[in-house]
Write a protein that binds this ligand. Sequence first.
Ligand code: JBN
Length: 247
Amino acid sequence: MRIDVVSIFPEYLAPLDVSLVGKARAKGLLDVRLHQLRDQAHDVHRTVDDTPYGGGPGMVMKPEPWAAALEAVAPPDGEGVPRLIVPTPSGRPFTQELAVELASEPWLLFAPARYEGIDRRVIEDAATRMRVDEVSIGDYVLAGGEVAVLVMVEAVARLLPGVLGNAESVRDDSFAPGAMANLLEGPVYTKPAEWRGREVPPVLLSGNHGAIARWRRDQALRRTAENRPDLLERLTSGDVDKHDRAA
Ligand SMILES: NC(=O)c1ccno1
């Protein structure tokens, strides 16, 4: 997978050099390229923003530098077309399901905005050439989209074959498609079996895989009921025993 990020703060994406994503890049599983938006602003101050039409606070990111930056990354007559992801509080929710979908894309291009956002015409113009998703990582406002890019790149990269040491752990993720869809992951334990007077649940030491699986699902249902009752509403009645729902 190729990932391009255009930003006025490409240094904000430095964490993509370390840990899981850094190792994936070193293994050649991920090709991450960072681009400075200001390189496409040719006035003496390399200006990328201006006052908003219609008035109001803040500044809006100008269309010309962004259009030039996106076309420099993905020339209209070039080979292949990226999927453009624009982080914004007003976007569709970023979910594990969307992360799985994006992990199947060969090329993602992220356009994190600063200020009050990017002139709308940039999105409309790009949509004539590539798929554009405006995506929110949560119901809050950040100073810029770079942090959202870090979140999305990590969530997507860990799903790529060969990135995680144990591909099985993706299957049991919270929200993972399949058995865990709409369920939070339950508690986890490791050695020692007793620590500060607290014992590991005996079922986890039993070696009874069926009982362990049932216990884990029960714990997932309980944690979901406690922390995200809204998710339980999405589960079909067949998934959740009435007793568990009331738990
Ligand atoms: N909530 C978000 O995804 C976001 C992106 C930029 N600012 O906030």
